[in-house]
Write a protein that binds this ligand. Structure first.
Ligand SMILES: [Zn+2]
Length: 309
């Protein structure tokens, strides 16, 4: 990775003492995007120059590739793809007035997965081969070892086609945590203990609401079943991650209670009602995972709905 890819060129044009060549500023810090995009040989329009204060034109993340890099046919590296995204994120039809108060967007959800693989080594290899097109911020081994694979602020490819409430791009909103698990086995205590510590850190650091700790199957009920039925959602809810029902206060819902509406309000995509019910039952009913809500299941759903939503 060449350093100049990340280079930001700063041109300070001090106009003091320009004499007869002084030019008039109409809007001190606004430049046309075309100026910022061609800043290497920038010619600042006269109308945009200040009388007595320097104009700092910060070159956006463009024009930093050398010609041979720009025209090469090789695949872009992940870093170059990010730079390309930053370039295309600047709207050419708008003027540019760089803000000074900003930072990176932060995650607001945590999505928990099982890997459906046999070892943490296998999972890491899967995430590092070109063709897999999947990734996760963290992988936690059966022994509790935590491996981070992406900065929390970067967008991992773990959620795929998914929906929660009205959010249809969960990857942009979330941190993905993969638990090393073949999909049919319980999760060992060291693994869950490490998960709880990590969740606590993430919740505090990014102020993530407790309802926003959910599973992959919650957001992709048509396609996914992870984490499996052994995952201790009740324990997590007791620690402040996710929700659980009050087992001592299960009552029949009123006659006008609509369970599908309740699932939808909680966040489930109910375009396939049976799939949404299966996801709900895998998480909260556990013993019987199918697409039919029994009278008991409805008491659980009603309790969660009333308790949190
Ligand atoms: Zn998953």
């Amino acid at each position: 990775m060449r350093v100049n890819l990340l280079c930001v060129s700063v041109f300070v044009l001090c106009l003091a003492g320009c004499g007869a060549k002084k030019r008039v500023l109409q809007s001190a810090s606004v430049v046309r995007p075309v100026d910022t995009l061609k800043v290497v040989d920038a010619v600042v329009p006269e109308a945009n120059l200040a009388l007595d204060s320097p104009i700092v034109i910060v070159k956006p993340f463009v024009d930093t590739l050398s010609p041979d890099q720009q025209f090469t046919e090789r695949a872009l590296t992940p870093e170059e793809k990010v730079q390309e995204q930053k370039r295309t994120g600047i709207h050419k039809g708008a003027d540019w007035a760089g803000a000074i108060h900003y930072d990176l967007r932060k995650p607001n959800f945590v999505i928990i997965h099982h890997t459906s693989q046999n070892s943490i080594t296998q999972t890491i290899r899967t995430f590092q081969v070109e063709h897999s097109k999947v990734s996760s911020h963290y992988v936690i081994g059966r022994d509790g070892r935590v491996v981070q694979m992406l900065n929390d602020y970067e967008r991992a490819w773990h959620a795929g086609r998914s929906k929660w409430g009205q959010i249809t791009d969960m990857n942009s909103m979330s941190i993905g945590i993969e638990l090393d698990n073949n999909g049919r086995e319980p999760f060992p205590d060291p693994q869950i203990n490490s998960l709880l510590i990590l969740l606590d850190t993430l919740k505090t650091k990014y102020t993530i609401p407790h309802t926003n700790f959910i599973g992959h199957a919650d957001i992709s009920p048509n396609r996914k079943d992870d984490p499996n039925v052994f995952f201790p959602w009740k324990l997590l809810a007791e620690r402040g991650f996710g929700v659980w029902y009050d087992e001592s206060f299960l009552i029949q819902p009123p006659f006008n209670f609509n369970p599908i509406d309740a699932l939808k309000i909680i966040g489930y995509d109910v375009s396939n009602e049976a799939a949404a019910i299966r996801a709900f039952k895998r998480k909260y009913i556990i013993k019987e995972v199918n697409g039919i809500l029994t009278a008991y299941d409805k008491t659980v759903l009603y309790n969660i709905y009333k308790r949190y939503y």
